[in-house]
Design a protein around this ligand. Structure first.
Ligand code: GLU
Length: 521
């Protein structure tokens, strides 16, 4: 780092709406990766100045979702006593949210706790002639808009208050506590140009920009004012955010100029799109990160997937699986795409399956346990196995998982294809016959299996030995031995191999199912 290079400081600044949007996760992740790569600081700030949108518990949910996804930050808001909060710094209790603490020299990090500051800066702009008070009521603004609409003009404030009120009149109205907003005096005939780190040169004409409200009549700032004041005071060096904020950026740049502040660099990351290229919306599927976790997607797979929504390491790279460490190493804003990123659920399923395959059975069991417990078949199975110890039950579930591991796209599918491991089975006798086998042949086949398996000791009851012994007994006639056995263990046309099924079911249950089948003859 050269003397003049500033230390990197980036932020994720969500407005708490109740859940973490998948697009929000991507913004947070890109900020996180960028900060980690540049050994910078990642700040989490709460933009809660839109009081109409207040949702109870939203801030906590948001922090929790970020934590669950394995992200961490160096400054800002935390949940008291949570893992991400084990920072060796002074913690201040949030004035707005019970259970939330704020850490860092640039606080408060909750915008509703910074109202005085925004007011001060808005007044400063008025004093400097860069902004002005506006007392127009809704009715007047509505009439103005209607007229503009009829004249086919873009809706813009007509500067009535700026052009017609004397300073004495303004002072009197303020003294009388008339409702007032502060508007930015957007300069005329200017071209606002900036170099976006993703999109390259971007230009806007100031004449298309309305005189933005900066401070509302209730004393709350608008997003624009609060965002710029905070990014400046918190010394943010790069603003990495979704492309939906691009139209706001010229307004922000005008504000930086009005204050005489150096603006940060901007990076607008591409929109997330549905498969039909429309903007990703709730209507077409899940958008909350929590929904994906609840459906049994692993956080590592979701992170990997989200990272690649609009980015890849380039240079003909075919790598698709990235650990967080690799993402940090390879992430580069220059490689972020301009075009919208299609949200392809099939890709997520594929990635998730890859991550599931890589887990040890213990890890898989830990993650899948709750998904088993939620299954309709689980309760009855669990009650029936009341004599089993917890460890024995766990062992059983792990065996099921070992069999299913390679076929799972997500954890909520556990057991679905193989309910016969958990339920009593019922089937037609005809299911047991392989091709043209007669009853007599099926009976003999089942008897043979019973004998081979009866002779297999508990200690030999492994996937490998069961396969070895049964194949040896089958000789040339595999189908004739294996089909009836597999059918009587599962009761279905399609299932894992008879060795695997026998292995999971255990010797006792396997022999029981064989004997029950034999009773049909
Ligand atoms: N509060 C805005 C949001 O909810 C932040 C936009 C920005 O990063 O500037 O996404």
């Amino acid at each position: 780092m050269t003397q003049t290079e500033k230390k990197v400081r980036v932020r994720f600044a969500p407005s708490p709406t109740g859940y973490l949007h998948i697009g929000g996760l991507r913004t947070a992740l890109y900020n996180y990766l960028f900060a980690k790569k540049k050994v910078g600081t990642f700040v989490l700030r709460v933009e809660d100045t839109d009081q109409k949108r207040f949702v109870e518990g939203a801030v906590e949910n948001l922090i929790q979702a970020l934590e669950q996804m394995g992200l961490s930050w160096d400054e800002g808001v935390y949940i008291m006593d949570h893992g991400t909060c084990n920072i060796e710094h002074e913690k201040k209790n949030s004035k707005t949210y019970a259970g939330i603490v704020e850490v860092g020299e640039f606080g408060p990090y909750v915008q509703s706790e910074r109202l005085e500051l925004y007011k001060k800066y808005a007044e400063q702009l008025v004093k400097d002639g860069k902004a002005y008070y506006c007392f127009c009521d809704c009715e007047r603004l509505e009439q103005m808009r209607e007229k503009q609409q009829q004249a086919k003009l873009p809706p813009m404030y007509d500067r009535y208050c700026l052009d017609n009120l004397t300073s004495a009149e303004i002072a009197q109205k303020l003294a009388e506590k008339c409702p007032a907003v502060v508007r930015l005096k957007v300069p005329k005939d200017e071209i606002i140009e900036f170099e976006d780190l993703v999109r390259g040169k971007v230009t806007f004409a100031s004449n298309t920009i309305d005189d933005q409200v900066l401070l509302k009549s209730d004393g709350f700032p608008t997003y624009h004012l609060a965002n710029v004041v905070d990014d400046h005071l918190m010394e943010i060096t790069e603003v990495i955010r979704g492309e939906e904020w691009l139209p706001s950026t010229p307004k922000h740049i005008l504000l930086y100029r009005a204050f005489g502040w150096q603006e940060p660099q901007f990076a607008h990351i591409p929109l997330l799109l549905n498969a039909d290229k429309s903007k990703l919306s709730k209507r077409q599927g899940d958008v909350a990160v929590e929904d994906y976790l609840q459906k049994g997607y692993l956080k590592e797979a979701v992170i990997n997937f989200v990272a690649m929504l609009g980015w890849n390491p380039g240079e003909g790279s075919v790598q698709e699986i990235f650990s967080m460490a690799e993402l940090i190493e390879k992430f580069d804003l220059k490689k972020v795409h301009k075009a919208g990123a299609v949200f392809d659920l099939k890709k997520l399923d594929w990635l998730n399956a890859q991550y599931i395959k890589k887990l040890s059975v213990d890890e898989l069991h830990n993650s899948a346990k709750t998904f088993f417990e939620a299954k309709e078949f689980f309760e009855t199975w669990n009650v029936k196995r009341a004599v089993w110890s917890v460890a024995e039950k766990e062992e059983y579930l792990k065996k099921v998982l070992a069999i299913e591991q390679d076929r799972l796209a997500n954890l909520s599918q556990v057991g679905d294809e193989n309910e016969f491991f958990f339920k009593d089975i019922a089937y037609e006798k005809s299911l047991l016959a392989w091709k043209e086998m007669t009853d007599q042949q099926v009976k003999e086949s089942l008897q043979k299996s019973l004998q081979v398996l009866g002779d297999t000791s508990e200690s030999q009851w492994t996937r490998e030995l069961l396969e070895q012994n049964l194949l040896a007994a089958a000789g040339e006639k595999r189908g004739e031995l294996l089909w009836p056995l597999r059918a009587c263990l599962t009761g279905v046309q399609k299932s894992p191999s008879p060795f695997d099924c026998a292995w999971v079911l255990g010797k006792e249950e396997t022999l029981k199912r064989l004997q029950r089948a034999l009773q049909l003859f």
